[in-house]
Design a binder for this molecule. Structure first.
Ligand code: NAD
Length: 458
């Protein structure tokens, strides 16, 4: 029987070992999901909505236990685990409020005895291969609208958030979603790859660009709908007219929240030369005041990295930047203790020859570069293979709107960052992915529009 080891990143040790899937059990689950899906799709929408409403109530009732589970296996500070679960609730509310309208039949023509309409049919049995950094958010962004629109879901949580994935699945089952309709598949990359070999009707992935590319290649000849939500190298620009302290505090939070392990974490900052030094001073002061430590302590803001190998990635980016002339103003090395910490790190004097400004860091580290104009800032922000989020801090709304229009990113921000709304689509440009979740488009994406041509007899 295969098993999966569960680690505690703060302690740097194994805390559990759970049964995992193999190729045979993956095939069984996929076949069962496919067989069960038509009956689920034929239920009235109200029945599926009731399941998600009960699921929401279960999350609220068990929130503290669920937060502890997530913190133990990911190293996410407990206050942030609670925030994620509380932040999930308005997303669930959005899906419940909007699902029926998003997939309602559309009657688009009536004339000469001819009626034309569009229905939104479920895709069928869809796979969700997911990441660990916000396991409730990224999991439920797919699972909930997919279930509501009548699909069966084969869900592979990250091996670094498997207990959370199992908890999501258990609560959905307890809320009335049939076991064969919501299947959890436990394991690492090999188990994910086994899922791709099944007969599936859609693949919804959240994770790194490298894995996304492998998945797209594996499915290339299969004509299966593929949606990829990948990484970013999210830039922000601070203009000369800002309230420097407020901008520094907001951006420090955007860079360091979730220990910098967010796809939309601020990864690089361009600051106008007129305010550069003052901004950097406030920024470093804010970062130095952030409390790092045991993720189970309520006051901890910086936790452990969820994956130990990321320490070497961050160290290599710092060393490369320093070798090319950058200055480390705080942090710059592995944190104390046996666990997988990295000290919150601010690097200035950066430029685009440095890996720190080009490749996703996914940790508590940010590079800052001085710029002389809006044009230079826009050119540098767009000088990337990614395009998830980007933004500008300024008092001037029309200047902000003009700049945001030029940014190649799925999401743009004015005077805010690291923010996701259920009402807006979440998507990427370039190597940040294809497809989207959230908003009403992120409900329709789990369906295919079906065209009806209906001619009255005679
Ligand atoms: P990852 O690519 O290492 O793993 C993601 C998932 O893919 C895991 O479940 C893993 O087991 C599975 N997997 C690995 N190899 C596979 C294979 N060959 N076939 C099928 N499945 C396979 O990514 P991660 O470390 O879990 O997540 C971090 C990345 O996710 C970052 O790049 C981050 O930016 C990105 N991310 C993006 C978004 C977004 O909305 N765009 C959200 C969260 C995270």
């Amino acid at each position: 029987m295969p098993t999966l080891k569960i680690h505690n990143p703060h302690a740097g040790s194994v805390i559990d070992e759970i049964p995992a899937d193999d190729a045979a059990s993956v095939a069984d689950k996929a076949a069962a999901a496919r067989a069960a899906q038509p009956a689920w799709a034929s239920l009235p929408m109200a029945d599926r909505l009731a399941c998600i409403t009960r699921f929401r109530a279960a999350v609220v009732a068990q929130l503290e236990t669920l937060a502890i589970t997530m913190t133990r296996e990911t190293g996410k500070p407990i206050s942030l685990s609670r925030n994620e679960l509380n932040g999930l609730l308005p997303r669930l509310d959005f899906f419940v409020e909007q699902a029926e309208g998003a997939v309602r039949d559309e009657h688009v023509f009536d004339g000469g005895g001819m009626h034309e309409q569009i229905s939104h049919a479920p895709l069928g049995a869809v796979v969700n291969i997911s990441a660990w950094n916000y396991p409730w958010f990224v999991g439920c962004n797919v699972i909930v609208p997919a279930l509501l629109t009548g699909n069966a879901v084969l869900y592979k949580p990250s091996e670094h958030a498997a207990l959370t994935g199992l908890a999501i699945t258990r609560l959905l089952h307890e809320s009335g979603v049939p076991a064969n309709i919501m299947q959890c598949v436990v394991g690492g990359g090999a188990v994910g790859a086994a899922l791709l070999e099944q007969r599936i009707d859609g693949l919804f992935f959240t994770g790194s660009h490298a894995t996304g590319q492998r998945i797209a290649a594996a499915l290339a000849t299969r004509l299966v709908k593929v949606q990829l939500e990948l990484g970013g190298k999210d830039p922000m620009y601070v203009r000369a007219d800002v309230d420097v302290r407020a901008a520094a505090e907001s951006l420090a939070d955007g860079a360091m929240y979730n220990t910098g392990q967010g796809c939309c974490s601020v990864e690089r900052i361009y600051v106008h030369e007129a305010v550069h030094d003052a901004f950097v001073a406030h920024f470093v002061q804010t970062v130095k005041a952030m409390k790092a430590g045991d993720p189970m302590d309520a006051g901890t803001y910086i936790g452990a990295l969820t994956r130990e190998p990321q320490i070497a990635v961050l160290q290599a980016q710092v060393d490369d930047a320093v070798a090319k002339g950058a200055q480390v103003l705080c942090g710059g090395q592995r944190g104390p203790g046996p666990g997988w910490g990295f000290d919150p790190t601010v690097v200035t004097g950066c430029n685009h020859t440095m890996e720190l400004m080009r490749e996703e860091s996914f940790g508590p580290i940010v590079g800052i570069q001085k710029v002389a104009s809006d044009e230079e800032a826009v050119a540098l922000m767009n000088d990337t293979r990614y395009g998830l989020t980007a933004g500008v801090y300024t008092k001037d709304e029309s200047a902000a709107r003009a700049l945001l229009a030029q940014l190649n990113a799925g999401t743009v921000y004015w005077n805010c960052c690291d923010r996701v709304s259920p009402r807006l689509p979440w998507s990427g440009v370039g190597d940040s992915g294809i497809g989207l979740t959230l908003s009403t488009y992120g409900i329709q994406t789990f369906t295919r529009p079906k065209a009806w041509h209906l001619r009255q007899p005679g």
